[in-house]
Design a binder for this molecule. Structure first.
Ligand code: ZN
Length: 274
């Protein structure tokens, strides 16, 4: 099968896949998926993501601590994350950010470790993957305060094909407005579209896809969460990214193959995979 898809955000390392990871990965190997970015959400899952990347050709890793788990972080864990970030096939720091919907960690604790991990990514000149739930203003403010959009950072990377800056910042499972998407793209960010774009009540995300230049879009599953239609209700898996890419193609008025190839190329460029 022709390899034309890139799932830019999945948690293959999740314990939920413990009994079926081999089968899951064999299925990916036989599918149209060329690459999967395996995303850590705390220190242990980041270690597992790096192990997965070493084991499976299609798999690359991002390491970081999710805002839910910010309360588990300390200086020693940050040093460990830094060590992991330098390993082979580790291509980003993430997912990191703020989640004011669940508030599983105190907001000041979330913000503190969000900043420390942004600083790590800047120091290592690595892409950043953002989780933002109900925290749009604080996420934007902290990214600006930490200098993610400064020319000092954007000059580390080649200019984006659209002529704008490239801050190597990915808004994972973007759920904001088209205005917010526009602001982020202007600053040099890239937008990742997940399964909810296939849901009936997806007007806002459909508008974001309409608004955003194809070269600034990636697709993802966030497996095992956020299963797209027509499989909503089941455990999500990377091969289902096809359905999100199909929806993006429909919104953009292009073929599935074109949307798949473009988002795959965008992700390869974003994560610097050659
Ligand atoms: Zn995730």
């Amino acid at each position: 099968m022709e390899k034309i898809l890139f799932d830019s955000h999945a948690h293959i390392n999740e314990e939920r896949f413990d009994g079926c990871r081999e089968e899951l990965c064999r299925e990916i190997g036989e599918s149209a998926l060329a690459y999967v970015m395996d995303i850590g959400f705390d220190l242990e899952s980041s270690v597992r993501a790096v192990e997965d990347a070493a084991k499976y050709d299609f798999c690359y890793a991002a390491v970081g601590c999710h805002p839910h788990d910010a309360k588990t972080m300390d200086d020693a864990a940050l040093i460990m994350l830094k060590g992991l970030a330098k390993k082979n096939k580790v291509k980003a720091i993430g997912e990191i950010g703020l989640d004011y919907y669940y508030d599983h960690s105190e907001r000041d604790v979330q913000q503190y470790w969000f900043r420390r991990q942004i600083q790590l990514a800047l120091q290592l000149k690595m892409p950043i993957i953002i989780h933002d739930r109900d925290a749009n203003d604080d996420v934007m403010r902290i990214l600006k305060e930490e200098g993610v959009f400064h020319t000092q950072r954007t000059d580390c990377f080649p200019r984006h094909p659209d002529g704008g800056p490239d801050a190597r910042l990915l808004l994972h499972c973007f759920s904001g407005s088209r205005e917010l998407a526009r602001q982020y793209v202007k600053l040099g960010a890239t937008i990742s579209i997940a399964g909810p774009v296939t849901f009936k009540k997806s007007r806002k995300t459909v508008e974001v896809v309409e608004e955003t230049e194809l070269s600034r879009l990636l697709v993802e599953t966030d497996s095992p969460y956020l299963t797209p239609e027509p499989y909503r209700g089941r455990t999500n898996k990377p091969v289902f990214v096809e359905h999100t890419a199909r929806k993006v193609a429909e919104i953009k008025g292009i073929s599935f193959e074109e949307a798949a190839a473009a988002t795959c190329e965008n992700a390869r460029r974003f994560f610097a995979i050659d």
